[in-house]
Design a protein around this ligand. Structure first.
Ligand code: NAP
Length: 383
């Protein structure tokens, strides 16, 4: 069987990790199925390369192609801070309603991570991907729009706000929260995970983050009463398969460091999920091996958790692992489990053999540094 996969190289280290990474996926499929299955790669443009070739960062042709697609993979896309165009990543997530950003975090033995027991970290983050302060509804301080909105909030709604404020809006809906949490719960049930933790900052942002928590518990009660129980019910001796619990975001950052085994599936809001993804990746060795996917109900866009890593660009030193492991998530999703397992084994073998890219070499005593392309070749050879 052939599966068409659209790919975006991305900016910064994107082209390097794509060049090193896609052949590893091909080699794994070839090794597992001997030609019976094949990935058919088709490039689409976004970011700097698209701008150079078409004058647009997100060309219409790319959007048209993705409309009819079910599988795509992308490298990171750069976004200017505090000025310039809006994030292309956020735009893609909103245009295609890629509401679930799913990021597994698991340890590969041999990496000297910053924590003592990294092998205890086995979590998967479901991050709401279209709402929250990432919705892009914001106005710069001093603009007529910001002043008008501030005046309305002050004069009509009694808010204590300065007319000089920059303003960002944090919309969150019941539908948006529940469909994300639903995916997290379904994953926990299907994969026999012990808990789903709702991570929020609802003590302060009561009607957005607090509502996320409340809608999560409502959903659990309405739809999953037979299989989910609260923490309190569990402590009372309940025996349902999955516990649904919640943690306030700041406490969660401490808890995942100190008691990682208490957490398995995490459902959280957009900004919290972005922060927590990088922090958890650090616990198992960093962003070089941090995969992810953005999903709607029809399209899956796989991408590493990391960005364009400017300090690594053009040096052949970036780790292509997160892109390769994102592709491995894709292989699992389409049911090509044998190929996915080969890649996991191959990464484990490269780490055990201590021939790794510099980000990992810094965390493995006695290791030999290899470049981005060579690491890809090692992974193919190891399969
Ligand atoms: P970043 O690109 O994720 O890089 C942060 C650090 O993570 C790097 O300095 C490096 O750490 C490490 N790292 C990331 N990827 C790595 C890899 N493949 N191999 C080895 N180490 C890796 O974050 P940033 O520097 O804050 O952001 C740069 C740009 O990327 C920004 O324009 C941002 O908007 C964009 N971004 C895009 C996406 C996306 O496309 N989805 C996501 C996040 C950020 P050390 O220097 O410690 O080795």
């Amino acid at each position: 069987m052939e599966r068409v996969v659209y790919y975006i190289e991305g900016d910064g280290i994107g082209p390097e990790i794509t060049k090193a990474g896609l052949p590893v996926l091909d080699a794994a499929v070839a090794k597992a199925y001997g030609g019976a299955h094949k990935l058919v790669w088709k490039e689409i443009l976004a970011g700097e390369k698209a701008f150079k070739e078409t004058g647009e960062h997100l060309p219409k042709a790319t959007l048209e192609t993705l409309k009819g697609a079910d599988l795509a993979i992308k490298g990171p896309l750069g976004t200017p801070v505090g000025k310039g165009f809006r994030s292309l990543n956020v735009a893609l997530r909103q245009i295609f309603d890629l509401y679930a950003c799913i990021r597994p975090i698991k340890y590969f033995p041999g990496i000297e991570s910053p924590v003592k027991r990294p092998e205890l970290v086995d979590m998967i983050i479901f991050r709401e991907n279209t709402e929250d302060v990432y919705a892009g509804i914001e106005w710069a301080a001093g603009t007529p729009e910001a002043r008008k909105l501030a005046a309305f909030l002050r004069d009509e709604l009694g808010a204590n706000i300065s007319l000089d404020a920059g303003i960002g809006i944090k919309p969150m809906t019941e539908k948006g929260c529940k469909r994300l949490i639903d995916r997290a719960i379904k994953h926990a049930l299907a994969q026999q995970k012990s808990s789903v933790t709702l991570v929020h900052k609802g003590n302060i942002m009561k009607y957005t983050e607090g509502a996320f928590r409340a809608w999560g518990y409502d959903l659990a009660k309405e739809k999953y009463a037979d299989s989910l129980m609260t923490e309190a019910e569990s402590l009372d001796g309940g025996t349902k398969p999955v516990v649904i619990k919640d943690r306030i975001a700041d406490a969660m950052f401490q808890a995942v460091l100190r008691r990682p085994t208490e957490f398995s599936v995490i459902a959280t809001t957009n900004l919290n999920g972005d922060y927590l993804s990088d922090a958890l990746a650090a616990q198992v060795g960093g962003l070089g091996l941090a995969p992810g996917v953005n999903k709607s109900d029809t399209l899956a866009l796989y991408e590493p958790t990391h960005g364009t890593a400017p300090s690594y660009v053009g040096k052949d030193t970036a780790n292509p692992g997160s892109l390769i492991l994102s592709g491995t998530m894709m292989l699992e999703d389409i049911g090509w489990h044998e190929a996915a397992a080969l890649i996991h084994g191959s990464v484990a073998k490269a780490i055990a053999a201590k021939r790794v890219t510099p980000d990992l070499a810094r965390q493995i005593t006695g290791s030999t540094e290899v470049g981005c392309q060579e690491f890809g070749e090692i992974l193919s050879a190891n399969l």
